[in-house]
Design a protein around this ligand. Structure first.
Ligand code: T1G
Length: 707
């Protein structure tokens, strides 16, 4: 037996416990330990059956994903799980899988190799491999349809979403739900089935149907995958694997699956998505704020400003079960804000995201107020008033007087200086930025902006709280636009320049959408409101360097009152359902403005459009890294995936640059520097990494290790 798998006896039932914290991944040694335990129980005449269970908080969360990184970087192939699963299935005595927490990926494949599965009703099971750009690789696409039918199996493998133990029991995947002690219930179940013929999942073909019956199922699944998981290859491959197995003997189906699995594993998409998986966990680690840093309990919150952002933020706290007071200056504003919140919740109920009961409970947690009277009892305040420094400072001075010592004073500003806001209080150590993204109750990203004096407790509290709020918290430094918006500036600047140089508005957006972005840069401007950026540009006009080219088209559109969707006209025209169509008037206007500005018109390829916009992100990202406003390149990637609709299967802008190769990215940026001047001066860090043949990923390793 090895350290991660142990066997014990409960009279005539063997209990095989997998103990590989934190999530019982099937790391090297674990499959071998399970196999040895199965041999031991089969060779012990006093044993009639075996229960396999996970130690700690979960069953098995899958194969060890870290091993995949080793495989794809070394090219060395690891032993698959297939032989172990056949070994379990061929056990002479029944093997019962007892599931709590999660049985994901290889964990569910292990469970399906057992003869029976019992589960705690709170458990979840699933094949989430497509989220890593791969497919089940240990018979999941072959055993799952045999247990639950083709339609549900192909959905689970292609969409990668887990299902509850209750649903799994209804589908026949789980044989019994256990309320109370899981091990006790599993051992009792084992005694019931001991001595009876143990069904082998691989021989249960009755639910497989025929190729003709399944053809429409696969066609529909492919359609859905192409629409809902645009650009992602693995879901389509998972469908291929399930389909390949129908009509083939089990072992040949597994071979077909293994071949497709390996192709996916060595793909750029999978490497990018595995980078994202660990990146989403890495961003939570702050080198100088260790895990044991004390945090401030946040049991009551407050939000100042009930506009679109304030209302959304109040919903975030309520959805996490935290009572929140929502303040605004007068009844009318408060009624409007609460009205929007109720409307938002109503549409969530309509879409089946929440039950009416859940919504009623949440609404009871939101208390609209007109004064600061309640604020002495809250643990955290998020200010979300109009984006003006003077107003923010007034609000923070008020909060400083109203809130108890020890409360966190946070600002949802998206551009303003946190230290200057903090200077309006007597407690800058309690001030921090919590930059939510619109709509706040939907977008997963939370940029946590560390001020010069923000205390480690306040930083640690906000980082931990972000998880409780269902957000991904990324710590960033206090520079103009922080990380996300600071990079978004050059990205959208290039999009405007390209239109001014002759590209069609729709062509610019189409190129970035085909690259994988959820939406193009110009349409994004129309959605957010072109006037937001215009107001900020006007406020900072005095900081613009003379002689440096500035985009003009969007400012001109704003001067004409074309703010985008909210004014029905922006870069595009919008109908009553906010559907966009190109506006020939805009092309004509831009052509005229460009001619007046003496900008030569030319044909511009989609490839150049992508390079100009994406490399503008990368170059600014490199500056942010070298200036220390982001801890790691992966932090920038996670910000762009969760706040700006960057395609996850490209790993984020910095990972994408590594995938292309920093030498060729640097070379291309030097070309743009030649052609377009100072704005494209390469970031010194990028130059250094390119010249030393290094990557941003290596920078992260060295940089964080040194921190
Ligand atoms: N391998 C390696 N490390 C893992 C891991 C895994 N499968 N799952 C989690 N970790 C690490 C994670 O990086 C973190 O580390 C710690 O465990 C806690 O995780 C053969 C090919 C189970 C829902 O895709 O979805 O099986 O940051 O913070 O929020 O066909 O982890 O502390 O150093 O996420 O409670 C398929 C992946 C693999 C599931 C728990 N399985 N894991 O969430 O904790 S492919 C998955 C999760 C496969 C087979 C195929 C979640 C979780 P650190 P955590 P959590």
């Amino acid at each position: 037996m090895n350290n991660n798998v142990r066997i014990s006896k409960d009279n005539d039932v063997a209990v095989i416990t997998i103990d590989n914290p934190p999530v019982n991944a099937l790391s090297p040694g674990v499959p071998e330990g399970i196999s040895a335990a199965i041999d031991e129980m089969n060779s012990d005449p006093s044993i009639k059956a075996a229960v396999v269970i996970g130690a700690g908080r979960t069953f098995v969360a899958g194969a060890d994903i870290k091993e995949f990184i080793k495989m794809t970087s070394s090219g060395a192939r690891r032993a698959t799980l297939l032989p172990l699963l056949l070994h379990i299935e061929d056990s002479g005595k029944p093997v019962i899988m007892a599931i709590h927490g999660n049985a994901f990926g290889g964990g569910l494949e292990l469970a399906m190799a057992g003869h029976y599965r019992v589960a705690a009703s709170t458990a979840q099971v699933g094949q989430p491999e497509v989220n890593l750009g791969i497919i089940p690789g240990a018979g999941g696409t072959q055993r799952l349809p045999r247990l639950i039918g083709v339609a549900k199996a192909v959905q689970m493998c292609a969409e990668g979403k887990p299902i509850s133990a209750r649903e799994a029991a209804a589908l026949g995947l789980i044989d019994r739900l256990i309320d109370g002690d899981l091990l006790e219930g599993a051992v009792a179940f084992a005694r019931e089935v001991a001595g009876k013929p143990a069904p082998k999942t691989r021989e249960r073909n009755e639910k497989l149907g025929t190729a003709a019956e399944n053809a429409p199922i696969f066609a529909a699944a492919r359609d859905t995958a192409r629409k809902k998981q645009r650009g992602l290859k693995a879901p389509l491959v998972a469908i291929d694997a399930v389909e390949a197995g129908i009509g083939l003997p089990f072992d040949q189906g597994c071979q077909a699956e293994a071949k497709l699995f390996t192709e996916c594993l060595f793909s750029d998409q999978s490497k990018a998505l595995i980078h994202v998986f660990f990146g989403e966990r890495e961003v939570a680690k702050i080198p100088d704020v260790p895990k044991e840093t004390p945090v401030i309990p946040v049991n009551r919150a407050a939000v100042v400003g009930s506009g679109t952002m304030g209302g959304g933020i109040a919903m975030v706290f309520a959805n996490a079960g935290i009572p929140v007071v929502l303040k605004d200056v007068d009844e009318a504003a408060l009624d409007l804000g609460m009205g929007k919140i109720r409307k938002n919740y109503a549409s969530s109920v309509q879409r089946g995201r929440f039950t009416q009961e859940f919504v009623d409970e949440r609404l009871r947690l939101i208390t609209p107020v007109l004064t600061y009277d309640e604020f002495s009892r809250v643990d955290m305040v998020v200010e979300a008033v109009f984006e003006g420094m003077a107003l923010k400072k007034t609000v923070f001075a008020g909060l400083d007087r109203a809130c108890r010592r020890g409360a966190i004073l946070a600002s949802n500003t998206s551009t303003l200086n946190i230290d200057e806001i903090a200077s309006a209080t007597s407690r800058p150590e309690a001030v921090i930025g919590t930059h939510f993204f619109s709509p706040a109750n939907v977008m997963r990203l939370l940029e946590i902006v560390r001020g010069k004096k923000s205390s480690k407790e306040v930083v640690a509290t906000c980082m931990q709280l972000s998880k409780k709020l269902g957000k991904i918290g990324v710590l960033v430094g206090n520079c103009r636009g922080f990380v996300g918006n600071r990079m978004f500036g050059p990205y959208r600047r290039e999009a405007q320049f390209l239109v001014e140089e002759g590209a069609e508005v729709a062509a610019v957006d189409q190129a970035l959408v085909e690259f994988g972005n959820a939406m193009g840069p110009l349409a994004t401007g129309d959605l957010a409101g072109l006037d937001v950026g215009w107001r900020i540009r006007k406020e900072y006009r005095h900081l613009e360097k003379p002689g440096i080219r500035q985009p003009f088209a969007e400012d001109r559109l704003c001067e004409m009152g074309r703010y985008g969707q909210k004014t029905v006209r922006g870069w595009y025209l919008y109908d009553e359902n906010r559907r966009a169509s190109t506006d020939p008037e805009v092309s004509a206007l831009v052509r005229k403005w460009s001619a007046d500005a003496g900008i030569a018109q030319r044909q511009i390829s989609a490839a150049e459009i992508v390079d100009r916009c994406i490399y503008a992100l990368v170059n600014e990202g490199a500056r942010i890294l070298e200036e220390g406003y982001a801890l790691r390149a992966v932090d920038i990637d996670i910000i762009y995936l969760n706040g700006y609709g960057f395609p996850a299967y490209r790993g984020g802008p910095m990972w994408y640059a590594d995938t292309v190769g920093l030498q060729s990215v640097y070379r291309r940026i030097c070309e743009f520097h030649q052609q377009h001047g100072e704005l494209w001066a390469p970031a010194p860090l990028l130059q250094q990494l390119a010249e030393t043949g290094k990557t941003f990923a290596e920078f992260d390793k060295e940089h964080v290790a040194a921190a």
